[in-house]
Design a protein around this ligand. Sequence first.
Ligand code: MBD
Ligand code: FE
Length: 304
Amino acid sequence: MTELNQQQLLDIVNTKHTAPGDARVRQLTARIVSDLFKTIDELDVSPDEFWKAVDWLNRLAQGGQVGLITAGLGFDRLLDIRMDEADQKAGRAAGTPRAIEGPLFVAGAPSFKVEARLDAGEPKGEVFVMEGQVLDTDGQPVAHAQMDVWHANEVGGYSHFFPGMQPYELRRHIETDAKGNYRFRSFLPPGYAIPPNSPTAELFTALGRHGNRPAHIHFLVVAPGLRTLTTQVNIPGDTYIDDDFAFATRDGLIIEIEKNVAPAGYESLGISEPFTRSRFNFVLQQALNDSEASPAARMARVTA
Ligand code: MBD
Ligand code: FE
């Protein structure tokens, strides 16, 4: 066996195979390995630095925090920007803007027709109703659209990820009526902060960055023939609204809040006193193919 220099080693790593494998995976792996070899060489990464990073990655993955890091380093927003650019080029930039799903969606939430309560028991904050319609880009109502809505609890925790919460707490599935209507009651959530003393927090501390998100509510809206919309709305007035650690806030997604709305007509949501309301319509584009209209592959990865 001959000695190898760096380039010879890289060439072997990137070309060695005894079976065809998957061409795309081979292409991506070769590129990433090449870039990392280069980083290690040019930035003179020491073995201690390298193995410290490996330990960090192991702990990150063990804690299920890889999706926090991807959001915090801008990858999730990058994917959205690239889809927005493709839409611009194709002349199909219409409807409600997309915003990143984030790592905390769970499929299979309890399902309700037209209206639901996300909260349970005692109000945990300001009583809040969000309501509106699902529409297509011609302004036509979308009958029986399927909406998933999820948000953080009063301390910024999401069920299935934050200890002590009930399964599907603050997560619901709502089917719109024939006129595309939906409404739900909950409370205005606070912002989110990355878990302290976690691998994610270690990196953010080392980067001198905060790990806060402004208050937001997540949505996934699906309807036959229409393009699945993954988005979030932001609650105005939050300190971090223009300083989201996940870079996900955008114009067109900051809801308007009406305070002291009269309770008449909201009895079915258990409301008998003035409350806070927001009206918001979700506008979905026409789907160009089945996969745009059905998030099947995505769902398979997030089913609890
Ligand atoms: C969140 O609540 C979130 O929405 C994102 C994108 C990342 C981390 C936590
Ligand atoms: Fe979130």
